[in-house]
Design a protein around this ligand. Structure first.
Ligand code: IVH
Length: 427
């Protein structure tokens, strides 16, 4: 932003007042028109021409060396740089500008056909509604995402309103774009980066790095980190550098993208049915950490359901400190044979809640005993625990305290629920 929020709001209110007095002055690209129109009943379909392709994945450094060898064989008489940039974990989308005016925004869909989400996309302040000195036709493509902070704030709001929280920022971004009411989308903390073109008439962009500069000049956000690499060895180094930085970005990145910088080679290199031959994605492994379980506690929920929780020696994983992890239920503990005192491997793979992947058996103490799930509720150590059955009589993984209102944990959970925002909303 060029100015602070307060200044922006003051200017915005002045503009609103002017437009109220002179409705004939309202233009379609006025900031007041970002949120407009009634909710849709369905999205119109959009055909992508050219199609929105995906990227072939490489899983190892050797794959990247093969990629380089392949390209050298295709264009033996030429030289080129590579660009390495973050692979933003969001939702691919496209923007169409005619004579500098935003006329259409669409989701990727299946690559051939997507949804027309123009009204939703116009609510994103990161998207320019008008471009200065733009070619007659310009389609730019990129990724809509939600920052980690925006995601956390949205989930707090969802939970307070009694709705299910979103699994991860990508889910939240995708779910937000699917809203039929743009006023709701305007409340979602969405952002976007642009990193490619679709159909273009009246302009050429000889290099990818030059394209990104032009896009930034028009006011688009572009990938916030980029390395220009003279050869594949430099690409490998850049991929390592980015991996070490991956948690310092305000949004999640799930890998690196390697692109040939010279766009004039794109036609010669061509594409497969699904992806261009001039680019590769390199996925990073989900981050893992080891720590010790010092205790397993059992929590009692409002309906009496018992949930075992691993209390951990605090460890930093994917940039934040983890001290607890859910063990889900007794069957899960038995299946993974998780014991108190065990060293366990934690993993965070896009999801916000870390998972226990498994136990490091080599480090298990000789006296470690299988976890004995309580047979009586921790509320009074007397009330029976019942295993829930389905209507057909089959046992499920759910165990409940049968104490109901006699169980103080259930009473407390009921009270919490009663005063909560979605019930009586008592502060
Ligand atoms: S280039 C024709 N650059 O990754 C290729 N894609 O797995 C156009 N993605 O569908 C894609 N960050 O949604 C490109 N810096 C980046 C990207 C990126 C994320 C997504 C994109 C694509 C998917 C492929």
């Amino acid at each position: 932003p060029e100015i602070g929020d307060a200044d922006y709001d003051a200017l915005y209110r002045e503009l609103e007042a002017l437009e109220r007095a002179h409705p004939e002055w309202i233009t379609p690209d006025s900031p007041t028109q970002r949120v407009g129109g009634a909710p849709l009943s369905a999205f119109r379909q959009v055909r992508h021409n050219p199609p929105m392709m995906s990227l072939d994945k490489t899983h190892s450094r050797a794959d990247l060396l093969d990629f380089d060898t392949f390209l050298r064989r295709q264009v033996p008489d030429d030289v080129w740089d590579y660009v390495v940039e973050p692979k933003v974990d969001g939702v691919a989308f496209s923007l169409l500008y005619e004579n500098g005016a935003l006329v259409r925004a669409a989701t990727r869909g299946n690559g051939e056909i997507g949804d027309d989400i123009t009204a939703n996309i116009k609510t994103l302040r990161a998207i320019p509604l008008r471009l200065a000195d733009a070619p007659p036709l310009l389609e730019v493509r990129g990724e809509v995402y939600m920052s980690r902070a925006g995601f956390a704030a949205l989930n707090r709001r969802e939970e307070e309103a009694g709705r299910e929280p979103f699994m991860n920022p990508r889910n939240a971004a995708a779910g937000s774009l699917k809203q039929l009411d743009p006023r709701e989308v305007a409340r979602r903390p969405l952002d976007a980066v642009l990193y490619a073109t679709g159909a273009v008439k009246g302009a050429t962009f000889p290099t990818h790095s030059g394209l990104l500069q032009r896009l930034a000049g028009w006011g688009f956000r572009t990938p916030p980190w980029l390395r220009l690499c003279v050869d594949i060895q430099a690409v490998l180094a850049a991929i390592d550098e980015l991996e070490a930085l991956r948690h310092t970005f305000p949004f999640e990145i799930d890998g690196a993208v390697v692109k040939v910088n010279r766009r004039d080679l794109y036609d010669r290199l061509g594409s497969t049915a699904k992806s261009p031959r001039w680019a590769r994605a390199f996925k990073y492994e989900p981050e893992r950490a080891e720590t010790r379980i010092w205790k397993i506690t059992v929590q009692v929920g409002r309906t009496g359901v018992l949930t075992p929780v691993a209390e951990l020696e605090p460890v930093v994983l994917a940039g934040s400190e983890i001290a607890r992890a859910t063990l889900h239920n007794a069957d899960e503990i038995a299946r993974k044979d998780i014991r108190v005192g065990d060293t366990v491997i934690l993993q965070r793979a896009g999801d916000v809640i870390p998972q226990i992947v498994g136990v490091v058996l080599d480090e298990r103490g000789a006296d470690a005993e299988p976890f004995a799930f309580p047979t009586h509720c921790p509320c009074d150590l007397r009330t029976q625990i019942a295993r829930e059955t389905t209507a057909a009589g089959a046992e499920t993984v759910v165990r409940r305290c049968t104490g109901e209102f006699a169980c103080p944990f259930q009473r407390l959970a009921h009270l919490r629920h009663f005063v909560s925002r979605r019930a009586f909303d008592i502060e």
